[in-house]
Design a protein around this ligand. Structure first.
Ligand code: ADP
Ligand code: MG
Length: 994
């Protein structure tokens, strides 16, 4: 009862809305009538006039207002053009097939066009000609010159529709493009530059990711904005694919590591230090035994500085008395008055390691050990002084001065890189223990999560640390690979200023479209009354009985030459049916949505007399099934569903494949109590009771419209559950989406900036004060640590005396340092080519953004898993996630700035590296690799390296794409086995020329 009232209200709301649009249809047809007298040129001229007029309107809102005004006239122009093409029997080829234009927009199609223009979803049944409907709003919205996109479910449909509808656009003087997956960036850019662009959702999405997450200059970007998109088969894209993100993974940046080179020396150094520390620990034990607690504590503090994981130290830390002594020693050394002493203490070691801050530092001894000839090999030179000296040296010509500076600069870069390498190796040896922080598996270093103890394959420590650990363990030093960019398809589509969709089945999901995408659904009536007969479900006890009944039914149809389309929910079910049919010697085709183009050809022939076609639900979608001769008299196409899908929508879609445009046709579903839906969602219980009442025998079937209702109730329950899951996923994704917007905006700002140095200076102005605070704000400012940081980050060669930090306030120190850094930076870049310096500056920022953002992506993933575990503690995981994600994001932005500082004078960011990076960039934009099998895992491992790219160490940028989205595979050769699985050659089977 309630359902009926609800339907009445919903139905009438839709009807009211459509009624209001009817006058519009009348006006379109009036204009169409008028235009019949125009010449081709006069009709076409309207396009240019409107385009010019709209170009004069500066803002989008007013452009859209104007579009609303000209809608009736513009739609009429398109319809009129379609008639002209039909009248002159315009012929052309689409995907190499000859075709004739035979369509003029029906009134219901005009109606659908208006709905699409308004940014809504038009539900129009299969075969109603949605491809043609889209031409109307695409034409209208493209007049703004901002581009209009049509999104299809596969490559083949994108090309087909672009070529097919292109006839109309071409006639009207609009350009049309098509994005295909093997296109190079410059081709893509050209296609996006067209008035109207067709393509698949994954191509659009990946282009967005590459443009915003990877391209380093404007020229490398291919898209030009997100104005208006119509998504075809919108339910499958926005609902079915809602949980699988698009992921691009690959090596992040170039690293010029020398871990191999330094490993043997570091190993010796660490051994020496460990021996030293063991000796110190033994001495300490003696002292403790003698009662000299103070000396014992002091010795052990030294051990702590040099080998924080020393076994004896760890044991002593468990003894309260000794622990107190060690802590006391530590405290006393950090008193201001003993700074010198502490320094001296450190100098007795080869290096020190700070577990908390994860930092390591070589002492004089250590430096001498590593580089006996050049004790200064591990500090950054004072570049300012050196440059000044060079400038003042009157013996040198200008050219010689330049050369000398470049040489000093390179020297400085090399020092910086060396310091970084050694410090990472020391950390790898002293702070990271096998089988604790990581394990070795299949010759790889696999991180172990500290908190859960879970192995985390695929994750890597950043900034070269992972490679350092690999060097330590003697396993293959991998290039850094990680998620470079990721976005969910829905979030991509939310970028559009106006979004519309069309499909045969949206109504059942109207609430979801409304809540999540703010898309309302209008159901457009069919052009002719639907003549399809939907039979009651046939219900069996077991699967076996069900399949036998299906085969019998197919045989009957086959005998009387009625074509049958059999829908399955899985590839396995398709294969099972195919085997059964083979046994019965019934010829048939099997489609699994793998070879879009070939499958489309097969489906197109599914309406021929006696044809049997087995198809999963996505296969051959979007292709029209025309009835063959005399088929109408036999009842038209018969659609058999072999299982009810979880969602009613998918069942409706399958039924909709027959009875297009008023054709005859019928459909029936076969169900068994063993089907997943029946077992899991309670429909079976009720039915078992009914069945017992009727006394159902083996092989017998049940059939009644009440039973259909039971099945639908079960479906609604699943739909509801799945909706909640999707909504939840999206709530989580929203958090990330906001962050992505901020980061991508910063990135694009950097790319577009004419004066990137101002951005660099902004970073210095923001990051330096934070560092000053970090070290000096305390009651006991850490001057030594601060100077150390300064000198390992910038080539300033500051000494305590030169710096005089203690004589100034925090602000003064900040200003003092900022000035010095900028000065050094000006000098460093003054002798380089200005445009190169600009590129380099952009690169330093982009590099920092990219590396840390990618790392952040991983961390966010981990967080997402983590909060679910915490969910048990009565907390809302989403709120937890939001709070922590916010904190992590703040940290990310701070880290990006620090990274820029760190790289200002570091070699990985030198010009050569930058040029290498650029040299590899077009390649990885070009040579994306498509794995044969779609990887469904959330952040799946990259699927193998691409062929053809030089695998010569870290420089080669091979980027692999993890495609959770299916793509068409390469064309099948005529002599290869047919993809349908018949065992015959393709040319003798599905590839046979009809
Ligand atoms: P849908 O995408 O809605 O399932 P299609 O766009 O694939 O439908 O079109 C289905 C068939 O209807 C096509 O063969 C097309 O040629 C035909 N068709 C569409 N519109 C018209 C029209 N106005 N007049 C004649 N045929 C049409
Ligand atoms: Mg279609």
């Amino acid at each position: 009862m309630v359902g009926w009232i609800l339907k009445k209200i919903l139905g009438s709301k839709n009807q009211r809305e459509l009624k209001r649009l009817m006058p519009m249809v009348r006006r379109i047809n009036e204009f169409d009538e008028q235009f019949k007298n125009l010449s081709d040129e006069a009709l076409r001229a309207k396009t240019a006039v409107w385009k010019e007029e709209l170009a004069e309107i500066p803002d989008l809102e007013n452009q859209w207002k104007r579009l609303d005004e000209i809608l009736p006239e513009a739609f009429a122009v398109v319809k009129n053009a379609a008639r002209r093409l039909k009248d002159r029997q315009h012929s052309f080829t689409v995907c190499d097939q000859p075709m004739k234009w035979d369509m003029v927009h029906f009134d219901v199609q005009l109606l659908g066009g208006v709905v699409l223009h308004r940014g809504r979803i038009a539900e129009m049944a299969t075969g109603e000609g949605k491809t043609l409907v889209a031409t109307l709003p695409l034409y209208l919205n493209a007049l703004t010159g901002r581009g209009a996109h049509l999104v299809t479910v596969n490559d083949y449909l994108a090309r087909r529709d672009a070529e097919w509808m292109g006839q109309l656009y071409d006639f009207l003087g609009l350009t049309v493009g098509c994005i295909e997956h093997d296109q190079e960036p410059n081709v893509r850019r050209e296609q996006y530059g067209m008035d109207i662009t067709y393509g698949t959702n994954s191509e659009f999405g990946f282009d967005y990711l590459r443009d915003n997450g990877m391209a380093t200059t404007r020229e490398q970007q291919v898209q030009r904005g997100y104005h208006y998109a119509i998504v075809d088969e919108v339910d499958s894209i926005l609902i079915d694919e809602a949980r699988t993100p698009l992921i691009i993974s690959g090596p992040a940046t170039i690293s010029t590591h020398q871990y191999d080179k330094w490993k043997p020396l570091i190993e010796q150094l660490v051994r020496k230090q460990n021996m030293l520390c063991n000796r110190l620990a033994s001495e300490a034990i003696e002292k403790f035994e003698q009662g000299d607690v103070e000396t014992g504590g002091r010795l052990m503090f030294k051990v702590k500085l040099g080998q924080p994981r020393n076994k004896q130290l760890l044991r002593m830390m468990e003894d309260p008395e000794k622990r107190r002594a060690i802590d006391k020693a530590e405290l006393s050394f950090y008193q201001d008055t003993r700074k010198e002493e502490l320094f001296a203490l450190k100098e007795e070691l080869f290096f020190t390691i700070d577990e908390k801050s994860n930092e390591s530092d070589l002492s004089e001894q250590g430096r001498a050990f590593l580089n006996p000839d050049d004790p200064n090999a591990f500090v950054l030179p004072d570049l300012i002084n050196e440059f000044t000296e060079i400038d003042l040296n009157s013996d040198l010509s200008d050219e010689e001065k330049e050369r000398a500076k470049t040489e000093r600069q390179e020297h400085c870069d090399a020092q910086a890189e060396r310091i970084h390498n050694i410090s990472q190796l020391l950390r790898a040896y002293c702070l990271f223990e096998k089988d604790v922080q990581y394990v070795i598996e299949e010759n790889k270093v696999v991180i172990v999560d500290e908190f859960t103890g879970r192995k985390m394959p695929g994750r890597r420590w950043s900034d070269g640390l992972h490679q350092a650990v690999e060097a330590k363990e003697g396993v293959q030093i991998d290039r850094e690979t990680q998620t470079l960019a990721t976005i969910t398809i829905q979030n991509y589509f939310r970028l559009y200023q106006k979004l519309a969709g069309m499909t045969g089945t949206a109504e059942t999901e109207a609430a979801e479209f409304h809540d999540i995408y703010k898309l309302d659904v209008n159901v457009i009536p069919t052009n002719r009354p639907v003549a399809r007969r939907d039979h009651n479900d046939r219900i069996y006890k077991t699967r076996r009985e069900k399949y036998n009944a299906v085969i019998n039914e197919i045989r009957d149809c086959h005998t009387k030459e009625q074509p049958v389309l059999v829908g399955t929910v899985s590839v396995e079910a398709s294969e099972l049916l195919s085997r059964m049919l083979k046994r019965e010697k019934i010829p048939h085709n099997v489609l699994n949505a793998k070879f879009h183009m070939q499958e489309a050809e097969i489906v197109a022939r599914a309406g021929q007399p006696g044809t049997v076609t087995i198809s999963t639900n996505m296969a051959g979608r979007g292709t029209d099934i025309k009835l063959g001769d005399r088929v109408a008299a036999r009842g038209g196409l018969y659609v058999i569903g072999t299982e009810r899908h979880e969602a009613r929508r998918i069942d409706r879609q399958l039924r909709g494949r027959c009875a297009r445009q008023g054709d005859p046709g019928s459909s029936r579903f076969y169900v068994s109590f063993e089907d997943d839906l029946m077992r899991n969602f309670g429909a079976a219980d009720r039915m078992t009771r009914i069945m017992e009442r009727f006394g159902l025998e083996e092989g017998q079937e049940l059939e009644h419209r009440w039973l259909n209702k039971s099945v639908e109730t079960a479906q609604k329950r699943v739909e509801q559950r799945n909706y909640l899951i999707r909504k939840r996923t999206l709530d989580f994704d929203d958090v990330m989406n906001n962050q992505r917007e901020v980061v991508y905006t910063y990135r694009n700002e950097t790319i577009d900036s004419e004066e990137p140095r101002t951005l660099i200076y902004e970073v210095i102005d923001e990051a330096v004060p934070a560092k000053v605070k970090e070290y000096l704000e305390d009651d006991e400012p850490n001057y030594a640590g601060f100077i150390h940081w300064v000198n390992t980050t910038f080539p300033l060669g500051l000494t305590k005396e030169k710096a005089q930090f203690e004589t100034r306030t925090l602000d003064e120190n900040t200003r003092f340092l900022i000035e010095k850094i900028k000065d050094a930076y000006e000098r460093k870049s003054s002798h380089e080519e200005p445009t190169a310096v600009k590129s380099l500056e952009r690169y330093i920022i982009l590099n920092a953004i990219d590396r840390l953002w990618q790392e952040h992506l991983y961390a966010m993933d981990a967080l997402r898993e983590g909060v679910y575990l915490r969910g048990y503690a009565q907390k809302d995981p989403l709120i937890e996630y939001k709070t922590e994600a916010y904190d992590m994001f703040v940290e990310l932005m701070a880290n990006i700035k620090n990274e820029v500082l760190n790289n200002l004078f570091r070699s990985t960011s030198n010009l050569q590296a930058f040029e290498n990076f650029l040299a590899t960039l077009p390649q990885f934009l070009l040579r994306e690799h498509v794995p044969a099998a779609p990887a469904r895992a959330h952040h799946a491992q990259p699927v193998g390296a691409m062929a053809g790219i030089a695998a010569d160490g870290d420089g080669a940028a091979d980027v692999t794409l993890d495609l959770p989205v299916r793509r068409s595979l390469p064309k099948v050769g005529r002599n290869e086995p047919c993809p349908c699985g018949s065992g015959k050659k393709y040319k003798n089977c599905c590839g046979r020329v009809a």
